[in-house]
Design a protein around this ligand. Structure first.
Ligand code: GLC
Length: 648
């Protein structure tokens, strides 16, 4: 609807920033007009009652215009190219890797020299773990940012990042970094000013004179790191106040109910957009809105805030997609893709943390029933949005799926989770895994799991026992886990080191800035001598690397694997096997993954029930053709192996 005052504000911003009649200015103008009233109404939902709502709204519009004005022509061109492709990020041709620049190769400039390594593997998307300044002794792996615009000296400079982005862009690669939205380091400028007593900046945080509000909040807020950082508030002696610190005590939660905080953070997002990020990972979005009497997670206004951000980003940098790092229950995660009029208009991506954990579940039990019981929720993901699929990342593995899913598979939820935690922390006789429990909650006995892909799959134990057969089995497990996450739909994100089977790295134990957090065991320091073993015939590095490379290249060739809401689960004739169909027009790929350490027999009936029964299937993984058998004849899958069968 036409709104005179809104359009006056837009016009004055256009004049102020001399946005004229160039083609890209006109596109910006169209986008601003198209999204303007939605931006305004989302903003009002959050801030209508705030005394400074009006002035901050004007500042918001100015922020959009200013960011457009300085966006480089090359980036504006990329925006257009991506828009012409439609949902560019749903493509089956993108495969990512997440890495710590320092642990991987030292610095941003060295990373520029490693592009041929990614090219060899087939990775064309990099997630660089937090790059911006973060105090060495209290950084939470970079997730406690003390300067949102300055690259951590350890990695290099902003110029190095820009040079890397340009090099990657020329090589056809995509780039993602983190936007740590929920909190700042206690050593960040606003936090320092708040500590010094500046009331303007104290309003940027949840700061209280006494324990009244903290006590009320803490009644309903769960602990995130119960062992190392219990409680959600920290006393600040410098100003004699309590500040909200949901994560560690050095991470101060930003108060987004203050519109000035929103505008400041919008400015930072657009700064990242103008550095050329293709995707921005919004860290911990489930936590960005707080209300007493709630868990302060997944609140409706957190979604309003994300929608508002999405609308603003679309105006200035329409080519940049947003990934919401919400690691929440299967039902909750869907809301991050948007609902109602905002369906597929909130976060473009979310992590499929449920599927990731369910693969670990199936690997431990050899049974895929819990995985199946969750799929009805995961299939609700709307067209136009996508998953990040993965087996491991820098964080722990949480078993956050619902109890009823476990019950449906005839297990007792408490016993089942206990079994999984014991199995992966190596506390069960016969367990092949080497991992550890992370963040054990003494009150609830809840815990998550740390460990690398290879160690959790049994490679660490197999190597130390010098057991060739166990090494083979572990490698098969690793490849099975990767394959399932590569073909289930979404952008596969490898975690660095997993492509060559790094086992746990225990050097963190001697570093006081890290030894309280066992997630560091699965964040290895890369030894390039080890990685060079990919050239050594028969080495485990080579076997894992080659298989990963082959999976990536297969995925790029099979366009029905693009995430087009085209996943159908097959009837589970064999509970040890996860079977699904990926389909695009008349191209069909039947995928079967055997999670059991025994040969599996799958009734051919499974492939005959979805559309025209195929007669011949070509297995792209095993490079073998199959004539589809009669009912009660079987497709045979080796232990911890899989088949990727295209209907001919
Ligand atoms: C996210 C990060 C995690 C970090 C937390 C707090 O969940 O992935 O590593 O500890 O946010 O910033």
């Amino acid at each position: 609807m036409y709104d005179y005052l809104l359009h006056q504000e837009i016009n004055s911003a256009l004049l102020k920033f001399r946005i004229g009649k160039e083609e890209d200015d006109l596109s910006f103008y169209s986008r601003l007009i198209a999204n303007g009233s939605t931006i305004q109404s989302l903003y009002h939902e959050l801030y209508k009652q705030h005394p400074r709502a009006g002035t901050q709204f004007n500042l918001l519009i100015d922020t959009l215009a200013a960011a457009h004005k300085i966006r480089k022509p090359a980036l504006k061109k990329t925006d257009v190219a991506k828009a012409e492709k439609g949902h560019w990020f749903l493509s089956n041709e993108i495969t990512g890797m997440s890495l710590y620049v320092d642990q991987f190769c030292g610095s941003l400039s060295n990373l520029g020299d490693k592009l041929s390594y990614f090219d060899k593997l087939g990775v064309n998307f990099l997630h660089l773990m937090p790059l911006f300044e973060s105090p060495a002794g209290e950084s939470d792996g970079g997730y406690a940012v003390s300067d949102f615009r300055k690259i951590n000296d350890r990695f290099g400079t902003l110029e190095d990042l820009i040079a890397l982005q340009q090099k990657m862009n020329t090589a056809g690669m995509y780039l993602m970094t983190d936007f740590v939205m929920n909190h700042t380091s206690r050593l960040q400028e606003w936090a320092i000013k708040a500590k010094e007593g500046d009331p303007h900046y104290q309003e940027y945080f949840y700061m209280y004179d006494d324990r009244t509000m903290p006590d009320i909040f803490e009644q309903t807020m769960p602990d995130i790191f119960p062992e190392t950082a219990p409680g959600s508030f920290t006393y600040v002696p410098e100003c004699d106040k309590w500040v909200m610190t949901v994560f560690h005590n050095y991470q101060w939660d930003l108060n987004f109910s203050n519109p000035a905080v929103f505008v400041e953070m919008l400015n930072i997002i657009l700064f990242y957009a103008n550095l050329g990020m293709d995707v921005l990972r919004i860290d911990a979005p489930a936590f960005i809105w707080k209300e007493p009497g709630t868990t302060c997670q997944n609140l409706p206004k957190a979604h309003t805030l994300l929608r508002l951000l999405k609308q603003c980003v679309q105006v200035v940098s329409p080519g940049m997609a947003l990934l919401g790092e919400a690691i929440v229950a299967p039902k909750e995660i869907m809301y991050y893709f948007g609902t109602g009029n905002y369906t597929a208009k909130e976060c473009d991506f979310a992590y499929n943390a449920t599927q990731m954990a369910l693969q670990w579940d199936a690997l431990a039990t050899g049974d895929t029933r819990v995985m199946l019981a969750a799929q009805h929720e995961l299939l609700k993901k709307p067209y136009g949005s996508s998953w990040i699929t993965y087996t491991r990342c820098h964080d722990d593995i949480g078993l956050g799926y619902d109890d009823y899913m476990i019950q449906q598979a005839s297990f007792n939820p408490y016993q089942h989770r206990k079994f999984l935690k014991d199995f992966y922390s190596g506390n069960t006789p016969g367990s092949t895994a080497t991992g550890a429990l992370f963040s054990v909650n003494p009150k609830t006995q809840d815990a998550r799991i740390s460990g690398t892909l290879a160690s959790l799959c049994g490679l660490e134990k197999a190597i130390s026992n010098n057991d060739e057969a166990a090494i083979n089995t572990a490698i098969n497990r690793i490849i099975l886990m990767q394959a399932c996450s590569f073909f289930i739909g979404g952008l596969p994100m490898l975690f660095y080191g997993d492509e060559v089977g790094y086992t746990n790295d225990y050097s963190y134990l001697s570093n006081p800035a890290k030894n309280y957090d066992n997630r560091w065991m699965h964040r290895p320091v890369i030894d390039w001598n080890k990685n060079n073993n990919i050239e050594m015939e028969g080495s485990s590095e080579q076997r894992i690397f080659k298989a990963t490379q082959q999976l990536i290249s297969l995925r790029k060739r099979l366009s029905m694997v693009a995430d087009l809401s085209n996943l159908t689960w097959l009837t589970p004739y064999n509970i040890h096997v996860a079977g699904f169909l990926r389909q695009k027009e008349d191209q069909r790929l039947f995928c079967f993954f055997n999670f059991k350490n025994e040969v599996a027999f799958v009734d051919w009936q499974a492939v005959k029930e979805k559309g025209n029964p195929p007669i011949v299937l070509y297995d792209h993984w095993n490079q073998q053709e199959h004539l589809v058998g009669r009912d009660r004849e079987f497709l045979i899958i080796e232990p911890y192996s899989f088949s990727l069968l295209e209907a001919k």
